[in-house]
Each structure stands twice: as C-alpha cells, then as structure tokens.
Design a protein around this ligand. Structure first.
Ligand code: VGL
Ligand code: ZN
Length: 211
C-alpha cells in the first residue's frame, strides 16, 4: 500500500503523444490507445502545470519503413544505433498527427514537437535517439523550477519509457502513471520498459494513487 500523492506546485504532468495515428484507426495504432484519453483528462484537471508532446515527422522520415523500401517492424542500423522501422505516422500537419480530439486540456502550457529532423528519430521528449541532441524540454522544466514529473500517454514501451528514463537521469523525480498509458509491444518491449523502470527507480503509479 503506497501513500497517496498530493500534487504540488512544482509538479508537472507530461502527456506523451496522444495523437490520432497512435489510436485505433491510426497508422501506428497502439492497441486500445484511445483508452488513455479519459484518465488523462481526469488527471490533467488536477494539475496546474501540463505539457503535451506531439510526434511530428516530415514525409520520408528515416524511421518510416517506406523510406527504405522495407516492411514495418524490421530493424535497420541507423548512424545513431538500431532503428525499428514504423509505418508512416504522425506526418506533420496531417490528421494522424493531430492530438486526439477528445483530449480536454485547455490549460496545457506547452506542446513540444519532436521527431521533426528527417534523419533521426526521437522517442524521448528530452533527447533525440542519438541520446545527445536535446529537444529543449529539460531546460524548460529546469528553468521553470519543476522537481517532479508524472508521465502518461503513448506508447508506454517507446516514447513514455524513454521520456521517463531521461527525466529521471536529468534529476527530476519521475513517475509513470501506468493506467493512463498503453503499449505497442514489439519484441519484448513492454517487459524491457518495466525492467528499466524498476532498475532506475522510476515509480509506476495509477490514477487512483492521487489524493
Ligand atoms: C512512438 C514509435 C514511433 C511513440 C513514436 O510515441 O511511442 N513510437 N514514434
Ligand atoms: Zn514516431
């Protein structure tokens, strides 16, 4: 039994990639991805500070299987390491890239776009997949004085996972709100994400954990 969480003024909720293409009917649909919308809306109402991310790729992005004439879910060697190839998704300014229309977070303070460089993927909200090119989010959160981050959204085993790892590594106390996430689940990616959270002492919570 864990103690309930009281949301403080220096806490922030990071809502990751709740976009049409990651929901049923989308190009890279996360199973039951749309089920995160209701709990995230509920959770967001309780936070003064909310930041959203948006996966935002140009056409012909290096992470797209079609760019290489390959099949989705194959892995290739990219200059920055292995790259899983995805169906074309979240192409800039398309319907698929839009935030889910049922999200109700009018008070969100920042929408951070990532993955816009043609040659490099960006799972984490903090660093691109070379692990060195920053998105600027770390500086933004530090400059505003946030200490603790709660993360929810899509997909648990990719963008949520890497965002959480980087947040923790940057010194933010990091929590993943498990029931407000859904996973893609390729080649053991969910197990790997859960193992990583445990190893790095990234806490997993549920929406019921909040006071
Ligand atoms: C994501 C794969 C490719 C995510 C984004 O949001 O988890 N996954 N692009
Ligand atoms: Zn992507």
């Amino acid at each position: 039994m864990t103690t309930s969480i009281k949301i403080a003024a220096d806490d922030i909720l990071l809502v990751v990639d709740v976009q049409n293409d990651f929901c049923p009917g989308g190009r890279l649909a996360v199973p039951r991805g749309d089920e995160v919308v209701a709990p995230i809306n509920e959770l967001a109402r309780r936070f003064e500070h909310v930041v959203l991310t948006q996966d935002w790729h140009p056409p012909g992005h290096r992470s797209f299987a079609s760019t290489h004439g390959r099949s989705p879910y194959e892995t290739i060697a990219a200059p920055y390491g292995p790259q899983i190839l995805w169906p074309d998704h979240c192409v800039q300014a398309t319907h698929g890239a839009a935030l889910h229309s049922d999200l109700r977070i009018p008070h969100a303070q920042l929408i951070l776009r990532k993955g816009f460089r043609p040659g490099i993927d960006s799972y984490s909200a903090f660093f691109e997949n070379d692990r060195t090119t920053p998105t600027g989010l770390g500086g933004y959160l530090r400059e505003r004085g946030f200490q603790r981050i709660f993360i929810a959204g899509l997909a648990l085993d990719f963008c949520v996972r890497y965002s959480a790892e980087d947040a923790q590594a940057q010194g933010f106390t990091t929590n993943v709100v498990d029931d407000a996430c859904r996973a893609i689940d390729v080649e053991g990616s969910v197990e790997a994400a859960r193992g990583s959270f445990a190893e790095r002492r990234i806490e997993t919570r549920t929406t019921r954990s909040f006071a």
